[in-house]
Design a protein around this ligand. Structure first.
Ligand SMILES: [Zn+2]
Length: 435
């Protein structure tokens, strides 16, 4: 059975036309994009055998539609007409979305939760030689339903990524994977760790990430990468200040570390305790993205916004969901008046059960106000998503127009932490790349 390029055209003119026009690379080893668009895929070998999609594909890569592929033949079966009738997504809409998800900026990605399955398997296999318990950690990935479960998974991953080689491989692979998802600008965040048993120090941790960034740059991987050092709110204020000092050192030394992230389990500790640390970071010229209002914790949210408002807010799920008359209107008012951008991680919020469905995600509330909001993945590995997938979820759920997609993808450039020269560069690249 030979499926040719011609037959693809006949069967799927809309997708192929859009792909050819935009030279958009569809990675069929990750079917999420096609699935979100309402397509399903089957692979036929040259012998005519139907093969499970995941079994025969290259470990990384895929195909570029419009080019022949000698080894694999791909048959896409379109369900969009049926789904489109019920979900408000027609062929034109699908092709428009596909064309706009090719110049993405990822501003909220945690290194340790952004692994691919291939990378995780390799990292687990390394550790399993000495500790067979590791094999069970991988299985627990499919078994979480709320926020506490995801933080338990994070603990397991931290045990796999606890030495120099693992940090390097994870960083290197994650950068390549984002580049393959058409992400052109990435801010990757991680908590520098001291792990005496493996010789890891906070300083070495950051240097190792930087080495991977540098190596990807030498390979001409088509993505700009910057690093944020994370402050884990479960740790002490003293450790947080150490992290700020480390960020300042690498900011001055490399320019690749551009700021800080404040994160960790939102139910542990009090963000207000870290306000002096946030102020110290700002005095040093560092940017701050702060996980805030991930849960309904209005007192700490108000304290941070009053005394040291961050440059961006991670999640912000409950910024506007206060009970009237309690004095928390100031939270929403401050976010709006200071135009603090919000990093929206839709799938992450659904999987950790802080939002019940896509249509109820607070992205819509802020976006319709024309407040700066940026779609992000949070952890593409743990939450089994991709940045292009997040755009497609949002586009389909909220019925984006062409102008909405334009505003969303272009507007995110203004909120990156890299210097203004990079913003200008990205603006110019986007003008050239725009359909
Ligand atoms: Zn996060």
């Amino acid at each position: 059975m030979q499926t040719t390029k011609d037959s693809w055209w006949k069967t799927f003119p809309t997708l192929i036309l859009a792909a050819a026009a935009a030279n958009y690379r569809v990675d069929i080893s990750d079917t999420s994009l096609l699935r979100f668009c309402g397509f399903s895929c089957s692979i036929f070998t040259s012998q005519g055998t139907l093969t499970p999609l995941h079994a025969r594909l290259p470990s990384r890569g895929g195909i570029r539609l419009g080019q022949s592929n000698e080894e694999y033949e791909v048959k896409l079966r379109s369900d969009w007409s049926r789904q489109g009738a019920t979900r408000g997504c027609n062929a034109t809409h699908v092709s428009m979305i596909v064309r706009y998800v090719q110049f993405l900026k990822e501003l909220h990605a945690h290194l340790n939760t952004s692994f691919s399955q291939q990378t995780l398997q390799a990292l687990v296999a390394r550790k399993a030689v000495h500790n067979s318990e590791c094999l069970q950690w991988q299985m627990s990935l499919d078994d979480f339903k709320e926020m506490d479960d995801s933080f338990n998974i994070f603990k397991c991953i931290h045990q796999v990524v606890n030495d120099e080689e693992a940090v390097y491989k994870l960083t290197y692979d994650v950068i390549h994977e984002f580049a393959e998802d058409n992400v052109k600008y990435l801010e990757l965040r991680s908590t520098p760790k001291d792990i005496p048993s493996t010789g890891m120090t906070r300083d070495l941790y950051v240097r190792t990430m930087l080495r991977a960034v540098h190596d990807c740059h030498l390979e001409n991987v088509d993505i700009m990468v910057y690093i944020l050092l994370s402050i884990d709110r479960r740790n002490s204020v003293e450790i947080a200040q150490l992290t700020v000092d480390l960020a300042e050192k690498f900011y001055k030394e490399t320019g690749v570390v551009v700021g800080l992230d404040f994160s960790g389990h939102p139910g542990i500790g009090n963000a207000a305790d870290f306000i002096p640390v946030f102020k110290s970071a700002k005095e040093k010229g560092l940017k701050i993205s702060c996980h805030l209002a991930e849960l309904a914790m209005y007192e700490e949210t108000l304290a941070v916004l009053r005394q040291s408002p961050p440059d961006r807010i991670g999640h912000g799920t409950f910024l506007h969901r206060y009970d009237p008359g309690q004095g928390y209107e100031e939270i929403e008012d401050t976010v709006i008046s200071k135009r603090i951008p919000i990093e929206a991680c839709m799938t992450s919020n659904l999987k950790t059960n802080t939002v019940s469905k896509y249509s109820e995600h607070h992205f819509d509330f802020w976006f319709r106000k024309r407040h700066p909001v940026i779609l992000c993945t949070d952890g593409k590995g743990v939450y089994k998503t991709s940045l292009s997938g997040e755009y497609i979820h949002a586009a389909r759920t909220f019925s984006f127009s062409k102008q909405d997609l334009w505003q969303l993808t272009l507007g995110s450039i203004d909120h990156i932490f890299a210097p203004d020269t990079i913003k200008t560069l990205l603006h110019n690249k986007w003008q050239l790349a725009c359909p």
